[in-house]
Ligand binder design. Structure first.
Ligand SMILES: NC(=O)c1ccc[n+]([C@@H]2O[C@H](COP(=O)([O-])OP(=O)(O)OC[C@H]3O[C@@H](n4cnc5c(N)ncnc54)[C@H](OP(=O)(O)O)[C@@H]3O)[C@@H](O)[C@H]2O)c1
Length: 266
């Protein structure tokens, strides 16, 4: 199949491209740095010519509620409209578990807007809600780091390996549209503070972590709110297995992988 990945240069996007190619698909890469912009629509019609399925793993900038909703909304509308013109048969959106249960997080509001537009849109669709990725904890701690100190919310999560997310997206995009897919999660619940501490230690990065609720990650996300629901699809890679890979990667890149996201989403 010919499958387009919107966000192909990102954390999940790059892994998804590799997974699709491994599975024998022809991949069209979409990102602004590659000359295709979902915000303006520039290059989209050309990119989607002959494409059977689209996987949207783009991200949005860390801005306020209204700006984030507008960013995701415009990008999603442009992608869906271009997909309809091109005769795309399956639109796959990566979303996040639990976003309907959390108030006050601008990124989650943007993701809800994406979900709303895709579900009401012109293309057959699958929305894949995933839990936080294994690299999420160190990433969010890194946003607040100043002078060797970082804050991080004491969240209970059930994280998933980025590679497992990519493999599942590649599998789903090659199949029939399924509407809202089961929650997708890793095998074990984890404490986000502990995950960040262990990731930084493994990467040789010294930072003092202070567990703190914030305006973005507040008490409405406490308890089981972010955990997968009934019937979730559980991916195999444990956090410890992923950490072992970070140890190897760290030998070649002291900053460690996963610290280069083009956007964060405070
Ligand atoms: N991190 C987590 O724990 C987690 C959990 C569940 C779901 N998710 C979801 O996973 C998705 C992907 O996250 P990620 O960390 O892989 O993102 P990322 O590393 O920040 O990558 C974002 C990608 O989107 C592209 N992009 C952004 N705006 C674009 C635009 N206007 N037009 C074209 N391309 C655009 C970027 O390339 P250019 O900058 O070159 O345009 C880049 O390729 C997000 O939507 C997030 O909500 C994340």
């Amino acid at each position: 199949m010919r499958i387009a990945v919107a966000g192909a240069t990102g954390n999940i996007g790059a892994l998804t491209v590799t997974a699709l190619e491994r599975d024998g698909h022809t991949v069209v890469r979409i990102s602004r740095s590659l000359g295709v912009d979902l915000s303006t629509g520039d290059g989209l019609d050309h990119a989607l010519a002959g494409v059977d399925a689209v996987i949207d793993v783009t991200n949005g900038p860390a801005t306020g509620h209204a700006e984030t909703v507008a960013y995701f909304g415009t990008a999603t509308r442009n992608l869906l409209a271009a997909g309809e013109r091109a005769g795309v048969r399956h639109h796959v959106l990566l979303s996040i578990v639990g976003i309907d249960r959390v108030e006050g997080n601008a990124h989650y509001a943007g993701k809800r807007e994406q979900e709303r537009l895709v579900a009401a849109g012109p293309l057959p669709w699958t929305i894949v809600p995933a839990t936080q990725f294994h690299d999420f904890a160190a990433m969010v701690a890194g946003w607040t780091e100043r002078d060797g100190v970082a804050t991080i919310a004491p969240l209970l999560v059930q994280p998933i390996a980025p590679q497992d997310v990519a493999d599942i997206l590649a599998e789903i995009a090659a199949g029939e549209p399924q509407g809202r897919y089961a929650d997708v999660a890793g095998p074990e619940p984890q404490d986000l503070v502990d995950m960040a501490r262990r990731t930084n230690e493994t990467r040789g990065h010294t930072v003092k972590l202070v567990p703190t609720w914030s305006a973005i990650f507040g008490p409405t996300m406490a308890g089981t709110v972010l955990l997968p629901g009934e019937g979730a699809r559980i991916a195999p890679t444990t956090f410890d297995e992923w950490l072992a890979g970070q140890r190897q990667d760290h030998t070649s890149d002291p900053a460690g992988p996963g610290r280069t996201n083009s956007f964060d989403f405070r």
